[in-house]
Write a protein that binds this ligand. Structure first.
Ligand code: CAA
Length: 401
């Protein structure tokens, strides 16, 4: 079968961060509950002049600025988001116009909570192999702003960010293995009615649903013919959808138990969490939940920091979307990936953010959705300029990386 996988990757997160210790103090919650109980330290905050279009456009602008992929090479644009800006007009067509993608480019938005972009990557792997691709690449964009009600317990698990993932038949970053495990089941763990900006969630139940979906996806991975080798020995890293870092710890414990049961060994002595999971959680600790982009932020961190040493090694990846649909798959880091991965620039973005006060964060969170916001210069490649004549207006900025 033709190799297929991730040819290029870029991420973008807004230039503002809120310390979750500051938020905990303001909400009269013990800071250690958030720092230790959830494993979260900060969250990215989207200002009123950023939305899922500007986040996605900035991620794609950063991708093209790397110089490895050109807009005219893209024949399909799939956007996974659960915080879209319009019920009919897809985020992708805004990106198509703003980024100068070719007219012969299939452009579609995909929704299944945090799973939408992974669905896009998987659909793209089939498309690039087929005759319809005519040798072109697929661009998958994951873009989201995680918002819950101010003052709710879920408020600590917000965040914002976007990832741009190019899928091709000559991947320069990660080969995706053909066997993948999928699980779907109708559950009401997390949802956002059409008239609400903030999501609703049955928090504790959502954790159970996530872990049950991991069980189901791992079982299907076996049915699909996934390698029989011990995942914990074979893989150099396990990357999970990370709404908050402690969730990745719970997921990894579940994967360890799964492998222990399958291979007939004791799970209690397993010490792989610190080695296979923790090193790639740093961005999630500082950005928070980015919904569809969450898994890809973990991958971006891994590739930027360690692609050189992991060449030829396998990675385990798990994507979960509430509602629910999930997928478990593996990939292999391509030799030479480090050169391209050095341009991802995630650490530099995190270091350059401005720390908000809780009052500033609350002002951003309560800003009306359609005002004409004035920015302070801290925006990405594109800013939201407000709504005129019922239409959303976007303005390109000179900054592209
Ligand atoms: N010191 C240290 N730890 C403490 C503590 C303290 N003083 N107080 C509590 N803790 C620990 C608790 O023991 C608990 O840890 P364990 O789960 O390991 O036992 C942890 O802190 C959280 O405590 P609670 O469960 O009491 O916290 P909560 O009621 O505030 O709810 C939450 C936490 C359910 C995650 C909530 O923030 C929420 O609803 N978030 C949104 C939903 C979500 O992210 N779900 C994840 C799965 S669904 C998904 O992945 C899709 C998606 O992106 C939304």
């Amino acid at each position: 079968m033709t190799p297929v996988g991730i040819d290029a990757l870029a991420v973008y997160t807004p230039g503002y961060t809120l310390s979750l210790e500051d938020l905990a103090i303001a909400r009269d919650v013990p800071p250690e509950k958030i720092r230790i109980g959830l494993g979260a330290h900060e969250m990215a905050v989207a200002p009123p002049w950023e939305d899922t279009v500007t986040l996605g456009a900035s991620a794609v602008a950063r991708l093209f600025a790397q110089g490895a992929v050109r807009p005219d090479e893209i024949g399909m644009l799939l956007v996974g988001t659960e915080t879209a800006v319009d019920h009919a007009r897809p985020v992708g067509i805004f990106l198509h116009e703003l980024l100068g993608l070719p007219p012969a480019c299939r452009t579609v938005e995909l929704k299944h909570a945090c799973y939408g972009a992974t669905a896009g990557v998987m659909l793209a792997t089939d498309w690039v192999r087929g005759a319809g691709a005519r040798g072109r690449k697929a661009l998958v964009v994951a873009t989201d702003i995680a918002r819950y009600d101010v003052g709710s317990s879920a408020e600590f698990t917000q965040g914002a960010g976007a990832a741009a993932v190019v899928v091709s038949t000559a991947p320069r970053l990660v080969d995706i293995e053909p066997a993948t495990g999928v699980y779907a089941r109708g559950v009401y763990d997390f949802w956002r009615p059409l008239d609400r900006r903030e999501a609703l969630v049955d928090g504790k139940f959502s954790l159970d649903c996530y872990l049950e979906a991991l069980d189901g996806a791992l079982a299907d991975y076996r049915v699909a013919g996934g390698s029989d080798a011990d995942l914990l020995a074979r893989c150099a890293a396990c990357l999970y959808h990370t709404p908050f870092p402690k969730m990745a710890a719970k997921a990894h414990a579940r994967l360890v138990a799964h492998e222990a049961a399958r291979l007939g060994r004791d799970a209690t002595a397993d010490d792989t969490y610190g080695r296979l999971v923790v090193p790639w959680l740093g961005a999630a600790r500082k950005v928070g939940n980015t919904y569809t982009a969450s898994l890809w932020f973990c991958l971006a961190q891994l590739l930027e920091r360690a692609a050189g040493g992991l060449a030829g090694r396998d990675l385990a990846l798990f994507s979960y979307g509430s509602g629910c649909c999930a997928e478990f798959f593996t990939g292999r880091v391509v030799a030479g990936a480090a050169t391209l991965a050095a341009g991802i620039g995630l650490d530099a973005q995190l270091a350059a953010r401005r720390r908000l006060t809780v009052a500033e964060y609350e002002a951003f969170a309560r800003a009306p959705a359609s005002q004409s916001p004035t920015d302070d210069g801290r925006a990405g490649a594109v800013r939201f300029g407000g709504v005129r004549d019922g239409r959303r207006v976007y303005e390109r900025r000179a900054v592209s990386s």
